[in-house]
Design a protein around this ligand. Structure first.
Ligand code: ATP
Ligand code: MG
Ligand code: MG
Ligand code: MG
Length: 561
């Protein structure tokens, strides 16, 4: 492709709101443009990378006999009501109505639609196991879309779903997908770790693993053992180390201590659940007329659904520091109860100033209360000390912590959805049984950002060959020099004939501009045709290092092939 015709709008400056280096570089190098928060256009270079990643994903999914399909993004609300997720999914779900006022959603994931499809189409064990997948745009109205493609509200996902007549068949497929995922991420050039994850959110039985690309910007924390193969996300590691603490709380009877929204303790309970700090979450809820405070330790966002299940609560609102700050009427979020409860439990926590307890809705919280004077807190249940998370649960080796970007997730769902949709098969004796399911996701567009996070330098991106938009960047120093032009043109044709993807910088620009753009764009191999063209010599350089070789065109072509 000739660069003078290609839409590569490179920029000197990154947009001011781009925090992540991958976001800055993908915008500056002309791969993507933001349309709205978390919504992006892929320009020609970005789209090429995305197609390459998709091709790798397709190849590896096909290799384990998964079948590609395409499900609709627009889905009737009824399907989501059947699964119970129409209400459970919360504000992340994009809802819309058609002209007849019928409710629809834009798919954040596709368990509902695929289970209902398979329920209709498959009746016999003979057709099982079956794995279907698609690469499709997903919609999630994320609370904090950020870091460019890392957390979009519209993004590209590969999602796969498998259907089985027994658990051992699910296990086989689960590990086949697990291995395919490792091949996919390796081929994309990612440094990643598969880690044990927590099954809480989707609520299945059995295992789940996340594939984490290591990067400081990652929003997840990975815990791994330096001694054995144990690796888990922090959430799972903490659950294994049981970080829940349950305490009995006796809230104040004095109404003056409640803000206007709260008339009774019931109001408080109804609106309460709590955050929030980097390390501790506090929740107050009511069980059998007893108010209970739960502390959850962790350097992560509390998993809403998981806690909801744990508490068996109907609704739960979680707050983080940001949203608490936004609540105008909360006069400082050094909440009296919040700060008090932890004092009784953990002295580390006592020093934290960023907790509150009460409702995280304006005017639904407590004010001016003090532990001991206005209320009491006793520990109940099987109180366990919050232990420092530093020993491996398998071998007691020491644990290491890394930040990670979740690029893939495999999950044994069990019968959660087949039960809701009545997806049954007839076994060899004619008995009807529920199908057992697995689901498997890859953040295809997120991979682009993850790869750039791991592969860049001060001058720009350094693409791995496998997903680079082009394999060779051919730079013609001066379009006005006859010999240079001739040699570059013939080289361009030769390389193309060899089946090599070439981006030919034939622009009428200064060499400095061309080199700067080439570094920014990050194509792994650069060939420069300059002054030495008259001797038939050109320059060969790799983006990832400083080695620069001057050689004949034949030698260079040989090297590239
Ligand atoms: P996260 O924990 O980052 O919110 P998730 O656990 O909600 O992700 P899954 O439901 O497991 O995501 O979806 C499968 C994959 O889709 C994830 O592993 C991730 O790679 C990708 N993904 C999820 N949300 C986004 C998003 N907002 N933008 C880009 N990719 C995403
Ligand atoms: Mg999510
Ligand atoms: Mg996740
Ligand atoms: Mg996930």
């Amino acid at each position: 492709m000739r660069q003078d015709k290609l839409l590569i709008p490179t920029l000197r400056e990154a947009p001011s709101d781009a925090e992540a280096i991958s976001h800055q570089l993908l915008v500056r190098a002309g791969f993507i443009r933001q349309v709205a928060a978390g919504v992006y256009t892929y320009l020609p270079l970005g789209w090429r990378v995305l197609k390459k990643v998709s091709d790798i994903v397709r190849y590896e999914m096909d290799s384990i006999d998964a079948q590609e399909i395409l499900l609709p993004a627009m889905q009737p609300a009824e399907l989501w009501q059947t699964s119970g997720r129409y209400s459970a999914y919360g504000p992340e779900l994009v809802r819309l109505k058609d002209r007849h006022q019928r409710e629809f959603i834009l798919g954040p994931t596709h368990e509902e639609i695929i289970t209902s499809l398979v329920q209709n189409e498959i009746t016999s064990y003979r057709k099982l196991p079956l794995t279907l997948y698609q690469i499709q745009t997903k919609f999630r109205d994320e609370r904090r879309p950020r870091f460019g493609l890392l957390r979009g509200r519209e993004f590209l996902m590969k999602d796969a779903y498998s259907f089985h007549s027994d658990w051992s068949s699910l296990n086989d497929t689960y590990w086949n997908v697990h291995e395919a995922y490792s091949r996919i991420f390796n081929r994309c050039g990612l440094d990643f770790r598969p880690v044990e994850a927590d099954a809480g959110a989707i609520g299945g039985e059995g295992g789940t693993h996340e594939f984490m690309a290591l990067a400081d910007i990652g929003e997840d924390t990975i815990v791994s053992c330096s001694n054995c193969s144990y690796a888990a996300n922090l959430e799972k590691a903490e659950t294994t180390n049981s970080q829940f603490e349950v305490h009995n709380v006796d809230l104040p009877k004095n109404e003056k201590l409640y803000t206007p929204g709260i008339k009774t303790i019931e109001d408080l309970v109804k609106h309460t659940s709590f955050g929030a700090d980097k390390f501790v979450k506090t929740i107050i809820y009511k069980r059998d007329d007893t108010l209970i405070a739960v502390l959850i330790r962790g350097d992560h966002e509390v998993n809403e659904l998981k806690i909801k299940n744990f508490l068996n609560a109907e609704s739960l609102v979680l707050a983080d520091l940001e949203s608490i700050k936004e609540m105008g009427s909360v006069s400082g979020f050094i909440g009296p109860i919040g700060i008090s409860i932890p004092i009784l439990i953990d002295r580390d926590v006592a020093s934290m100033s960023s907790m509150i307890v009460g409702a995280n809705v304006t005017d639904y919280h407590l004010i001016n209360v003090a532990a001991g004077r206005d209320f009491t807190v006793d520990q109940i249940g099987d109180f366990r000390n919050v232990t420092e998370l530093d020993l491996c649960p398998l071998c007691s080796g020491s644990l290491q912590f890394h930040r990670g970007i979740e690029v893939g997730h495999v999950f044994k769902l069990g019968t959660k959805y087949s039960d809701k949709f009545g997806a049954k098969y007839k076994d060899d004796k004619g008995n009807e049984e529920l199908m057992i399911m697995g689901c498997y996701g890859i953040g295809v567009s997120r991979i682009l950002s993850a790869v750039v996070e791991q592969n860049h330098d001060a001058n720009g991106i350094i693409w791995p060959y496998s997903i680079s938009p082009y394999q060779v960047h051919l730079i013609l120093i001066s379009i006005n020099e006859e010999q240079q032009l001739e040699l570059a043109e013939s080289l361009y044709t030769q390389l193309k004939n060899e089946g090599i993807e070439v981006l030919f910088d034939n622009r009428d620009e200064r060499p400095g501009v061309k080199f700067k753009d080439a570094d920014l764009i990050g194509i792994p191999t650069r060939i420069t045709v300059g002054k030495q063209a008259k001797e038939g010599l050109i320059e060969y350089k790799e983006r990832s290092n400083n080695v620069q070789i001057t050689a004949s065109t034949d030698e260079v072509i040989q090297r590239i092939k």
